[in-house]
Design a protein around this ligand. Structure first.
Ligand code: PLP
Length: 413
């Protein structure tokens, strides 16, 4: 069946025809038959260069041979035990070693689970009720973080989804990114804040980059007010480098959430933090958290293989950054928008200056982006289907791919 027919059938069987909203590309999404390296083959026979990489996890590309080997070997031994496995301490040692100050880890099955548990843990540790999130930050699809953007720090949060009780988001305040004063003012006047949860680099509307010292200053302010700092590194963890954004910007949070890349392409999440905080997690402490698929051997085997591969190939990160920079340079500044890039994360914003926060991102011309994305797709380049999603490169992208992508920007902007 062709994509159009598959979507037509799926729409009657699945809400919006998809398993996750962003995939509902208009008029219908392409359906993937297979994906290898940097390319996706659709059921319609199209061959596409993938600049989405499953929204971030596939740093090494699709079906990387070494990861595939590890997954295949694990399949022979079973893929779900419901018991501890030797992979767990091995992976926990790797992750804690790569993130100084993160002493203990709990493995879960998705980034959403990780942030949900991290927020509960922050409340359990501090005994305080409220959290602050950053406008435009995305931390998964659970109630506490589904708050309407712009609802403001001084007012109570307003649900961004039907079915979320106002009472559940009343304890979530929102602040603009890159605004130290707003944070300081909020913490000075509200003494019920348990944690600030933040994507250190905004990946879900970005990349939107932190201004000089922003992350360092929010670290100082949260420490001064006894508020835990949660870095949601579900995207940036192992994407910006080993040690993620916290290493890149030299800032140590109290709790870190991870996901995406640490599963090597299989479902995973993790949260980690200082021992005194993590000791509160059940069964060691009173903050409950549990999951049937947590620490499953398949995801852990793929994740360990991925992280070990990254350790063994330190040139990967500078190479990836160079690839993204080459795209940037080929575009130049003629097209009137702004190209933002950090490592292998990049995006062309349809707005003259690089946005500093969510309000500025919303000023982008989404209609122009839509037209551009369609033209790129017609040339065989798959960009994430929203002006608000980051584009990702992988180690599998070849010089030919990059030339095609750069040529696409030149021709389609
Ligand atoms: N946190 C961030 C920064 C994310 O980008 C995402 C997903 O895109 C999540 C959390 C949720 O992760 P998952 O989709 O694995 O539940």
């Amino acid at each position: 069946m062709k994509s159009e027919d598959l979507f037509s059938e799926a729409r009657g069987l699945m809400p919006g025809g998809v398993s996750s909203p962003v995939r509902a590309i208009k008029p219908y999404p392409f359906y993937t038959a297979k994906a290898l390296g940097s390319h996706i083959t659709t059921v319609d026979g199209a061959d596409l260069i993938d600049c989405c990489m499953a929204y971030g996890p596939l740093l090494l590309g699709h079906a990387h041979p070494e990861i595939k080997k590890v997954i295949a070997a694990q399949l022979e031994k079973g893929w779900l035990y419901g018991t501890p496995t030797p992979y767990e301490p091995e992976f926990a040692r790797l992750i804690t070693g790569d993130h100084p100050g993160m002493d203990m880890v709990r493995f879960v099955s998705s980034g959403s689970e990780a942030t949900m548990a991290a927020i509960r843990l922050a409340r359990g540790f501090t005994g305080k009720s409220d959290i602050i999130k950053i406008e435009g930050g995305f931390h998964g699809a659970h109630d506490a973080v589904l708050v309407k953007a712009g609802s403001g720090a001084t007012t109570m949060g307003v649900p961004d989804s039907a079915g979320v009780l106002p009472a559940l988001v009343a304890h979530t305040r929102q602040l603009p990114y890159n605004d130290v004063e707003a944070l300081e003012a909020t913490l000075a006047s509200h003494h019920d804040i348990a944690a600030l949860i933040i994507e250190p680099v905004l990946g879900n509307i970005g990349p939107v980059l932190p201004e000089d010292h922003y992350l360092r200053e929010i670290r100082e302010i949260t420490s001064a007010y006894g508020v835990l700092l949660i870095f949601d590194e579900v995207i940036t963890g192992y994407r910006l480098g080993i040690g993620g954004a916290q290493k890149m910007f030299g800032v140590r949070p109290d709790i870190t959430t991870l996901g995406k890349i640490i599963g090597g392409g299989l479902p995973i999440g993790a949260f980690c933090g200082r021992k005194e905080i993590m000791s509160l997690v059940a069964p060691q402490g009173p903050v409950y958290q549990a999951g049937t698929f947590s620490g499953n051997p398949l995801s852990l085997a793929a994740g360990i293989a991925t992280i070990r591969y990254l350790h063994d190939h330190p040139g990967i990160y500078p190479d990836l950054a160079e690839k993204a920079r080459a795209i940037r340079e080929s575009i130049g500044s003629g097209a009137g928008g702004s190209f933002v890039q950090l490592g292998s994360m990049f995006k062309y914003f349809f707005r003259p200056a690089a946005p500093k926060n969510y309000t500025e991102v919303k000023e982008c011309d989404t209609t122009a982006f839509g037209r551009f994305r369609e033209k790129m797709l017609a040339r065989g380049i798959f960009l994430p289907p929203s002006q608000f999603e980051t584009n990702f490169l992988s180690t599998a992208h070849t010089a030919d791919d990059l030339a095609t992508i750069a040529g696409g920007y030149t021709a389609c902007l």
